[in-house]
Design a binder for this molecule. Sequence first.
Ligand code: T46
Length: 145
Amino acid sequence: MNIERFHAQQHGDSRGQLVALEEKSEIPFDIKRVYYIYDTKEGVRRGFHAHKSLKQLLICVNGACKVLLDNGHEKEIVILDKPYEGIFVQSNIWREMYDFTPDAVLLVLASEIYDESDYIRDYGRFLELVNNKDDMCSKETEREV
Ligand code: T46
């Protein structure tokens, strides 16, 4: 699975570190929303959904957590444990976040404001949508040939 990783430039000096995230130069989408997840209880697993069109950048700015990404064909687990590294999560990717350390703060930059209708919360429905999309793409490719 092709996971797009993000490495932020660190502006460090003798006082410590600073990371700046700017729309367009670092982030390839308009940042319409920022939210963060913290104080996640032990053993909790969050997410369990995909998005129809939302794009996001996930950075665990403190502590660590794991993210399972699933494109309907392959699954991959990413450990986020550095405040200057993250992952871009595109639309139509099922995600689950878990193994949060007690101090974990998962920062998310999102391309759209909150919209519950953009969520696909049923895994069976997610697989149907992904497979339909794949069928449509292969038909278009056949037509082009
Ligand atoms: C995602 C992963 C990484 C809002 O009111 N506004 C918001 O912007 C968000 C994100 C959530 N909420 C409310 C909706 C729920 O009542 O906050 C509550 C918890 O949200 P949710 O259960 O969707 O949280 P997670 O951790 O399962 O998923 C979140 C994002 O919703 C999702 O887009 O990709 O983090």
